[in-house]
Write a protein that binds this ligand. Structure first.
Ligand SMILES: N[C@@H](CCC(=O)N[C@@H](CS)C(=O)NCC(=O)O)C(=O)O
Length: 254
């Protein structure tokens, strides 16, 4: 049995999609990140980075429980556990891992910042919007050219597609028109037609509140609770910005 620490967001969706594809038994442990549940000590012991998704595989390696965070690592773990959606042959395996890494290192962070500055930021900052939306458009171009050569990102359908599809699913947040990216549109429809993908993305869908955070959600996601996970608070950063770099660093450490 796998415990899935989850909230219905693009990063969250990846894991139930894979669990459904593999037919692995799992139980959902909702972590309401709009109410700060990602900061509860019990969850921080599973993911010290206070983010969903995370899993605890009760039947981990050696028959002992295994806790895991970071969606890319979880997808790889589940693929190795089941022998599915990640080829064994090294050349094909690394092709998939390369596109999985492309998602976690590029698509997630850039689309995420694009959505943040376009939809969530209290002030609309032109430079930030242009920077992240242009990066988002550039990454759509990369995917479109790749998908003109192959059917799925990693060659055959794989964990790379499961990681990327949920981010294209919320493209309305980034004002993306799929008609401009015909190969991505073809791939998006093919992946979205899979029953396991539909079941995965439907998990807790009624609690999904992307793009419209209330005051409590803003505090949990972007406010003081986040900053208190580190050692420096915003006012400290403001003060430090006026000091010479060496001193500011020393003070932040001290
Ligand atoms: N690199 C991480 C990103 C996870 C992530 O950003 N999760 C977001 C939801 S999409 C989250 O839990 N945010 C809550 C917070 O930052 O406190 C992964 O791929 O698992």
């Amino acid at each position: 049995m796998i415990d899935l620490y989850y909230w219905p967001t693009p990063n969250g969706h990846k894991i139930p999609i894979m669990l459904e594809e593999c037919g692995l038994p799992y139980r959902v442990k909702p972590v309401n990140m709009l109410r700060g549940e990602q900061f509860e000590p019990a969850f921080l012991r599973i993911n010290p980075n206070n983010k969903i998704p995370a899993i605890v595989d009760r039947d981990g390696p050696g028959g002992r429980p295994m806790a895991l965070f970071e969606s890319g690592a979880i997808l790889q773990y589940l693929a190795e556990k089941t022998g599915r959606f990640l080829p064994r042959e090294r050349r094909r395996r690394y092709e998939v891992l390369q596109w999985l890494t492309f998602q976690v290192a590029n698509v997630g962070p850039m689309f995420g910042q694009c959505g943040h500055f376009m939809g969530y930021a209290p002030r609309k900052i032109r430079y930030a919007i242009d920077r992240y939306r242009n990066e988002t458009l550039r990454l759509y171009g990369v995917m479109d050219r790749r998908l003109a050569q192959v059917e799925y990102l990693g060659g055959d359908y794989s964990i790379a597609d499961m990681a990327t599809w949920p981010w294209v699913h919320v493209r309305w947040l980034h004002h993306i028109e799929l008609a401009e990216f015909p190969q991505v549109a073809r791939w998006y429809a093919a992946v979205g037609a899979r029953p396991a993908v539909q079941r995965g993305v439907a998990l807790l869908a009624q609690r999904m509140k992307i793009g419209n955070p209330d005051a409590k959600a803003r505090e949990a996601l972007f406010g003081g609770t986040q900053l208190r996970q580190g050692r420096t608070v915003v006012s400290g950063l403001r003060k430090a910005a006026g000091r010479r770099p060496g001193r500011a660093k020393a003070r932040a450490r001290g």
